[in-house]
Design a protein around this ligand. Structure first.
Ligand SMILES: Cc1cc2nc3c(=O)[nH]c(=O)nc-3n(C[C@H](O)[C@H](O)[C@H](O)COP(=O)(O)OP(=O)(O)OC[C@H]3O[C@@H](n4cnc5c(N)ncnc54)[C@H](O)[C@@H]3O)c2cc1C
Length: 460
């Protein structure tokens, strides 16, 4: 018997961007795709109707962490539906900063809004999230290609050192951790000389990873615990029938008691009204050079593998990888057309050459981009929309989700299994994900934010 609800669908995920970006037939060509190691087995499309206790939409880190923990910790039967391939979305394209994050709001802002205890819980959860990635890699023998320990947040203007000092003081006084605030000279002494770095806050809870190897490793671990992953199985419509969810894919329907939506920047928002207009997908673009020789690295004064991000609101992020390549990325751009990608790639390359004059001649071997996702209220959620019942929505992560998506996937699994949540997350995590007013104007809001942030980054 069919429910009266409207059947939503089909893809693309959002009407905001050029649909060519959402071609799930091909992975985005990237350094990670070129070096990603073996593709996990048992990922055939869904070819017939099936029933399962929990269905997960999205085989990125959030979805696979949920599935792995549900199967491993609680023995719950779970299947994952993925429109493209494992890691096709943001997870396989990330820059590989496994860091604290997931929120646009800093600790101070969280404390002002929700109180210091909630800010502390958020801090503990983020710290736990970074440790969880390392723990999962160890437990499931995932070769993360770990390189760069700790994260350097560099002041891109002298005035930003004060901001970093304030953050350091808050973490020390409220959370009991003393992070080093480094001068420009101390940063150089650590083998990180950057034209624009007036000093840096060193955050020890961080390391660099190969994100596609990580997400593929999660997929392998999940399948080893009995999870069925179906690639090339986009959910194109969603119905409710007699207490079951029916997720319709081109090859068959998956019937599930409960559904976890783990798709953040690629959220299929037209599948159900309560998903519409909840996230603002925003572009982030990355390029990677060829491996640099030791003398080339010395010429620029950056010799040690490290993770570096600057204090801009529209931040630049960069890594020196273990094999000597430099990875350089930035937010921005309002169109996902191929022409816009070419323009963005040229713009990013120009910024790279400005910042690293000794590497002006160095060839760029890879450039790619993808969508991160922002929430109106600025923090990640583990939300359960009132309609339809039995749904958990994970994210969005504001551009830093590698660790947090892992942790929230685990928390979602604990919650679904009726287990105690450990560490206890902040209560604000469970708030409903608020809709953007007039969601069709989301790119206009983004354009305005970019304008404001750009001015602030330049002058303050
Ligand atoms: C260029 C770039 C650089 C980044 N760098 C970093 C970084 O260095 N550190 C960091 O912490 N974070 C980084 N991020 C953010 C991080 O990648 C994300 O926060 C994180 O990967 C989100 O994981 P996820 O599992 O929630 O979503 P995703 O990995 O995006 O997975 C969602 C999946 O859902 C699938 N899907 C959507 N709709 C459907 C449907 N209808 N049916 C079936 N499947 C569907 C999509 O195909 C997609 O594969 C970066 C992001 C980008 C784009």
């Amino acid at each position: 018997m069919s429910s009266p609800q409207k059947v939503y669908g089909p893809l693309p995920f959002t009407a905001l961007y050029d649909p060519r970006h959402f071609d799930t037939a091909q992975p985005a060509p990237s350094l990670w795709q070129a070096t990603g190691g073996p593709v996990p087995v048992a990922v055939d499309p869904l070819r017939a109707d099936a029933r399962v206790e929990v269905a997960v939409i999205g085989a990125g880190i959030a979805g696979l962490s949920t599935a792995l923990h549900l199967a491993r910790e609680a023995g719950i039967e779970v299947r994952v539906l993925e429109a493209g391939s494992v890691g096709w979305g943001a997870s396989g394209r990330a820059a590989g900063f496994c860091t604290l994050g997931g929120s646009r709001l800093g600790w101070g802002a969280l404390a002002r809004r929700f109180g210091i205890e909630e800010a502390r819980r958020s801090f503990v959860l983020q710290r736990h999230a970074v440790a969880l990635v390392a723990e999962l890699a160890r437990l499931h023998r995932i070769d993360l290609k770990r390189s760069g320990e700790g994260e350097y947040v560099v002041a891109h203007r002298p005035g930003r050192m004060r901001e970093l000092a304030e953050e350091r003081a808050l973490v020390r006084d409220r959370f009991g951790e003393d992070w080093p605030l480094l001068s420009r000279a101390e940063l150089r002494a650590r083998g990180i000389a950057l034209e624009e770095a007036y000093g840096a806050l060193f955050i020890p809870h961080a390391f660099g990873i190969h994100p596609l190897r990580y997400v593929r490793g999660l997929a392998r671990a999940a399948t080893e615990h009995g999870v069925r992953i179906h690639e090339r199985s986009p959910v194109v419509a969603w119905e409710r029938q007699q207490g079951w969810h029916r997720l319709i894919t081109p090859g068959g329907s998956l019937w599930a008691r409960r559904v976890v939506v783990a798709a953040t920047g690629y959220l299929p928002e037209r599948l159900w009204p309560s998903l519409e207009g909840r996230v603002l997908p925003a572009l982030s673009c990355v390029l990677a050079t060829r491996p640099l020789t030791a003398s080339e690295r010395e010429a620029q004064g950056w010799t040690e593998p490290a993770l570096v991000a600057d204090t801009r609101r529209l931040l630049f992020y960069m890594r020196l990888l273990g094999d000597g390549r430099v990875l350089f990325g930035a937010r921005g751009g309002l169109s996902t057309s191929p022409t816009a990608f070419e323009e963005r790639r040229r713009w990013l390359e120009a910024r790279f050459r400005e910042r690293f004059p000794a590497w002006r001649h160095v060839g760029i071997e890879f450039a790619w981009w993808g969508l991160v996702a922002l929430a109106r209220d600025g923090f990640a959620h583990l939300a359960e929309p009132a309609d339809p019942p039995g749904v958990t929505l994970i994210g969005p992560f504001h551009g830093s989700g590698l660790a947090m998506a892992t942790a929230l996937g685990r928390l979602a699994a604990l919650r679904l299994a009726g287990r105690r949540e450990d560490p206890p997350p902040p209560a604000f995590l469970s708030r409903p994900l608020p809709a953007f007013p007039l969601p069709r104007l989301r790119l206009a809001y983004l354009a305005l934010a970019y304008l404001g942030y750009g001015l602030r980054d330049r002058w303050l």
